[in-house]
Design a protein around this ligand. Structure first.
Ligand code: 5GP
Length: 203
């Protein structure tokens, strides 16, 4: 058998991009299609939105609880995004990779840059809106933002788009074409599993 066959390294897949671009929708669709992967639920101090579930969308913690996690060195990455703290539980990522499962992380662009320094062999996918206006529409429709926080999110957008060249792939999430976006992400994952030199991730 060729030495190139049978190499099954779990991938650490970072799905990033501007806030409101549709990262959660993409991940939900991957789950719907029963694509096998482990989704890392990140921790946050942000308050829960009505449709969110503790332990599924986020671990919702008080600032004190979050600080305890941070102090114990248990966060692979943490950041303040729009005045709330977010962090990636390290043990969850490590355990999942040790089980041999492809592992998906949904984080903002500054978080992705941090992970890139820590784990350069992860697979970095940037999800982009087709236009600035499309992102404004999506954020506006979400009805959960104050005009002030909307403004802040939009200012960050331009800085975040400049980070695209540091990613491995960029996928545009066109309005009402989620299936196509997810098809492209699955194609990327499929191709990555056929590499002659697989990404080996160490935590
Ligand atoms: P939201 O509060 O709207 O759910 O998320 C705000 C932003 O924080 C999104 O871009 C989301 O992807 C990002 N985010 C979620 N979890 C983490 C994390 O653990 N670290 C970082 N850096 N960003 C995160």
């Amino acid at each position: 058998m060729s030495e190139y066959m049978g190499q099954e390294n779990p991938l650490l897949i970072i799905i990033s991009g501007p806030s409101g671009v549709g990262k959660d929708a993409v991940i939900d669709e991957l789950k719907q299609r029963k694509i096998p992967f482990h989704f890392v639920v990140t921790a946050t101090t942000r308050s829960k939105r009505p449709d969110e579930v503790h332990g599924k969308d986020y671990w919702f913690y008080t600032p004190e609880e979050f600080y305890q996690l941070l102090k114990s060195g248990e966060l692979l990455e943490n950041a303040v995004v729009y005045n709330n703290s977010y962090g990636v539980p390290k043990h969850d990522v490590r355990d999942s990779l040790n089980r041999g499962e492809d592992t998906i992380l949904r984080i903002d662009v500054q978080g992705a840059a941090h992970i890139k320094r820590e784990v350069p062999n992860a697979l970095f996918i940037f999800l982009a809106p087709p236009t600035f206006e499309a992102l404004i529409n999506r954020l506006g429709n979400r009805n959960t933002e104050t005009p002030e926080s909307l403004n802040r999110r939009l200012n960050t957008y331009q800085v975040e788009m400049k980070a695209i060249p540091t990613f491995d792939y960029v996928v545009i999430n066109y309005e009402s074409r989620l299936a196509e976006t997810v098809d492209k992400i699955i194609a990327i994952i499929t191709a990555e599993k056929l590499r002659t030199h697989p990404r080996r991730v160490k935590l």
